[in-house]
Design a protein around this ligand. Sequence first.
Ligand SMILES: Nc1ncnc2c1ncn2[C@@H]1O[C@H](COP(=O)(O)OP(=O)(O)O)[C@@H](O)[C@H]1O
Ligand SMILES: [Mg+2]
Length: 322
Amino acid sequence: MPPAAHPAPAAQSAAAGNAQGTGDAQPFLKTLDEGSPIASQLASEARRRERLHGRILRKPEATRVFTVSNQKGGVGKTTTTVNIAAALASAGMQVLVIDIDPQGNASTALGIEHHSEVESIYDVLINDAPLEEVVAPCPDVENLVCAPATIHLAGAEIELVSLVAREQRLRRAIDNYAVARKEAGQPRLDYIFIDCPPSLGLLTVNAFCAASEVLIPIQCEYYALEGLSQLLKNIEMIQKHLNADLRVSTILLTMYDGRTNLAAQVAAEVREHFPEQVLEAVVPRSVRISEAPSYQQTVMTYDPTSTGALSYLEAAAEIAER
Ligand SMILES: Nc1ncnc2c1ncn2[C@@H]1O[C@H](COP(=O)(O)OP(=O)(O)O)[C@@H](O)[C@H]1O
Ligand SMILES: [Mg+2]
């Protein structure tokens, strides 16, 4: 392979190394040729950080409820849920994450216990337990609480079938929780994010009925758009029959690899199809983002100076301003 094929990895590792301490960015930059890829990447990150610095986010007029959905697995739903939630909470918003994926990855990333003995969203959906009984605070992020998922949720799809108002159970639980918080003198929630499993069963339908906005993370890779039309058709069905308020408000491009033409092509194609919904902010493929969950953390606390954390902060700020 010609050497020209390799400049970006070098740029990336240098940037990652430098991300350990943002304070170093300026002097390091000055020693570099301004036209080099490393220098321009660092300069652009410094500019982006400056733009975010000291920005105060407005609280929404009413609680905004997002379903984070895409029936493909591994596209960044959970990562997006926990990091956007943590970014908004760190900006002073009151945020609830509801984990309705039996795998409980969002619970893990937020450092919330979710072994089989824990009272969870399963008990809320199936046994009418109130949300306030299962919600736990995220140990690393103030203003952020989470309703965890346990493995019992795996059976919930089937158990839900025979229950009354099976599609509306999550919505009712959320409405009751808002009342309970008020009565307990707790602040109103500004944002709720529901992390969905990669399927379109009753758990996801419950999420669609409880939310008014859908956030779709799209991986900038092959087949990114495959299956999206199915997801949109399902959302249309929900709008027609169960929740007229639901809309796809937000699309976030994730796992963007700036070294490949493919990522740029996919991003351009998604922007062309959904010009209103796609956020300016793009989340790069980043080792720090993928490492964070094994430390039961979001990248916002695991490595707040990383480019991944920066991108999620930008995405969160854009969401708050819409
Ligand atoms: N921007 C990213 N860069 C690198 N790895 C990522 C990124 N976003 C997610 N991942 C990793 O990809 C995998 C799938 O992401 P996840 O958020 O769990 O997807 P989903 O919830 O859609 O199944 C996880 O191992 C996660 O850590
Ligand atoms: Mg997930």
